[in-house]
Design a protein around this ligand. Structure first.
Ligand code: 7TS
Length: 408
């Protein structure tokens, strides 16, 4: 059980009024809030250790480098990487996925090869592959979804063939919250000699992720959705693959020797980190991992399931509510995407904001999924460790009020 009162005391931002009532923040899938301990890690770095990494021999530079590399070791342990050098720091999921696409994809995709993604991908895990397929004359194939919007092993098995070279899918959907059977799909990809790239933006903050147990080749996630600062995040890559990949960004920090007409690269992971990295941000991501581990990722997951179970049950009692995705709370992470018949999702979000409740409305950067769901946009409430049952009750009351407001 989470000691919610104690946790909430760490998030000053939650302790404020919006429209004269205490803020209820249910937009965690877009970005999570940042606890005092993480902000302190960031300010400690700037107040004490700020210097560029891997460059100077002076004391501050050594301290900054040590703290930056310690954060990498923390990330590696948190996601179960074999060695620390399998973790490349990136600005977040989008940058990580583009790195795989521009490095691995660029070198390994030939005309006629197939890249398999799914209808539920966030644009970050769709457009890079779409553009790569166009550049290379490769085929972009979509895994069809089950009736409840989930990706199943069966449907993946239809899409993945001998021609497949890359399978790129989300571990958890940012729209319907469903959990994809990654381990099974990774086995399918490997059976056909393909690599699997996982978009873990909505999984790492909420689920225990072990890249070795899942047996995945690449795994991307963002720090800002897991209590860390914006600009932090990482790409996990299997060492054998990373070692054989060329960088897709070039400049300082990533080179070994530079001559007039050729250059050599540093060893892993630094050959993929061109330029001055987001040093303080990644150190603060390490503090966010400490915070999560102090509570326990499994405890956080169970808390979200309980909140979602309550939300799903109460929402189904309201006339005109359509909930997207599976209705079983244990098949999801803590978010619920829905529409209220007769009310545009932006209007739902506006009325709820007047009631001090922050949710998101729109296409959630997943336009092909919106089409598949036969809608143009939806409303989404997403929960995290600091949300309470009372807040969900207020959200449900807000939905009822919205219906009344629109005369329904
Ligand atoms: N993949 C998924 C599944 C996501 O949910 C997001 C962000 C991204 C990739 C991109 O992450 P970034 O940190 O690189 O921007 N999703 C959302 C969302 O659902 N609402 O706002 C951002």
């Amino acid at each position: 059980m989470i000691n919610i009162e104690k946790v909430r005391a760490d998030f000053k931002i939650l302790n404020q009024e919006v429209n004269d009532k205490p803020l209820i923040y249910l937009d965690n899938a877009a970005t999570s809030q940042t606890p005092r301990q993480v902000i302190q890690a960031l300010s400690h770095y700037y107040e004490n250790d700020n210097a560029n990494v891997h460059r100077g021999v002076h004391t501050l530079s050594t301290r900054a480098t040590d703290a930056y590399e310690a954060a990498r070791a923390k990330v590696a342990r948190f996601i179960g990487a074999r060695v620390t050098s399998e973790v490349i720091f990136t600005r977040g999921t989008t940058t990580a996925l583009n790195l795989v696409c521009n490095s691995y994809g660029e070198a390994n995709i030939q005309p006629g090869d197939e890249i398999v993604i799914s209808y539920l991908e966030h644009h970050s895990n769709l457009i890079p592959w779409q553009q790569l397929a166009k550049r290379k004359g490769a085929v972009l194939k979509y895994i069809d979804l089950e009736k409840d919007g989930t990706i199943s092993e069966e449907k993946a098995n239809i899409a993945i063939t001998e021609k497949t070279k890359i399978v790129a899918i989300a571990h958890v959907s940012n729209v319907i919250g469903s959990i994809t059977p990654i381990k099974e799909i990774a086995a399918l990809a490997h059976k056909h000699g393909a690599v699997i790239v996982v978009d873990g933006a909505q999984a790492v903050p909420h689920l225990k992720v072990d890249v070795q147990a899942l047996d995945v080749d690449f795994y991307a996630f963002s720090g800002h959705k897991m209590l860390g600062p914006t600009g932090s995040g990482a790409l996990y890559g299997r060492r054998e693959l990373l070692e054989n990949m060329d960088p897709s960004e070039f400049g300082g920090e990533m080179i070994d020797f530079v001559e007039l007409y050729d250059s050599t690269w540093k060893e892993l992971p630094w050959k993929f980190e061109a330029g001055t990295p987001i040093i303080g941000g990644q150190i603060a991501l390490g503090a966010a991992i400490d915070y999560i581990e102090n509570i326990g990722i499994e405890t956080i997951h169970q808390h979200e399931i309980a909140l979602n179970e309550y939300a799903l049950a109460e929402m189904q009692k309201i006339d005109g509510v359509t909930i997207y995705g599976p209705l079983e709370a244990d098949k999801r992470c803590g978010l619920v995407t829905f529409n209220l018949e007769g009310v545009h999702p932006h209007d739902v979000a506006t009325v709820l904001d007047e009631e001090r409740i922050a949710i998101r409305a729109g296409h959630h950067c997943a336009q092909p999924l919106m089409k598949w769901l036969e809608t143009s946009s939806t409303a989404r409430a997403s929960f995290y460790l600091y949300n309470t049952k009372e807040e969900i009750t207020a959200f449900i009351d807000g939905l009822k009020l919205t219906r009344e407001y629109f005369g329904l």
